[in-house]
Design a binder for this molecule. Sequence first.
Ligand code: PLP
Length: 315
Amino acid sequence: MTQLLPRLPFVVNHHVDRRHYPHGVAFMDGQYLPMSEAKISVLDWGFLHSDATYDTVHVWNGRFFRLNLHLDRFLGGIERLRMNLPYDREEITSILKSCVALSGHKSAYVEMICTRGSSPTFSRDPRQAENRFMAFAVPFGSVANNEQLERGLHVAISETVRIPPKSIDPSIKNYHWLDLVKGLFDAYDMGAETALILDTDGHIAEGPGFNVFIVRDGSLTTPAFGVLPGITRRTVFDLCAEIGLSVAATDVSRAEIKQADEVFVTSTAGGIMPVTRIDEAKIANGKVGPITSRLMNFYWQKHDDPAWSTAVTYP
Ligand code: PLP
């Protein structure tokens, strides 16, 4: 007869826990740790209040892409949020390189985070909080999978309005994502794969983790207002300058995006990614356009260029 084992109220199984984490290495409180062991306090205001800033840079074929621009944005955000870190720019660079080197990943998604932390006396005064720095390197991830990169993403425009810049400065990269997540659910309800949401004037703003560009008559435009100044967006401006394409940041209406010749989105998580369908309609002939393809190729070529990338030294 099978003997019944006593039931535990819940099971804490370290091995099961581990399986939910991607392979990678984190840095926290002066130590390098496997991802499964990198935990923060539930009292950290980064978690309780979204009082944090972060940046994500990628490593491709063993090289960081535009690391200096990511560090500029990260350190600028820390300053504007009146946070302080015990590490300077060089030390942060070396921590990020070590996370990647220890992870062994040749293509990685690397995040650096500064949270408000919490006050040792549980004071509600943010000036008394001890800010915290953490970083991690996990496998490279993309907004669009390979199939979507080939045929173009299907995007829906949600009525959701991105949090206004007067509330949260979008140039401080932040975790205020409830609007973007709502947009994503709206998009799924509409049968699309991802979303674009609006600015406070009803123009197109951005999507969950990406900026957007449209191409019309050979010229490019991207929303100017209420969006994160993405490093990939900035890279598109730099690539256009090199190949002589006109590009401007301005208002982009729903009508303009739907009548565009080409549309693409940009993110560190995936680079330049084509969009071939918005709501129910195809963009132009529904195929990835020539300017998008050209920029995509040029973007990935730049990843080997020492002027745009920094090598990681692996053990
Ligand atoms: N917009 C938002 C809201 C983002 O979170 C991101 C990246 O995470 C982007 C745009 C794209 O920025 P980047 O090109 O720097 O990755």
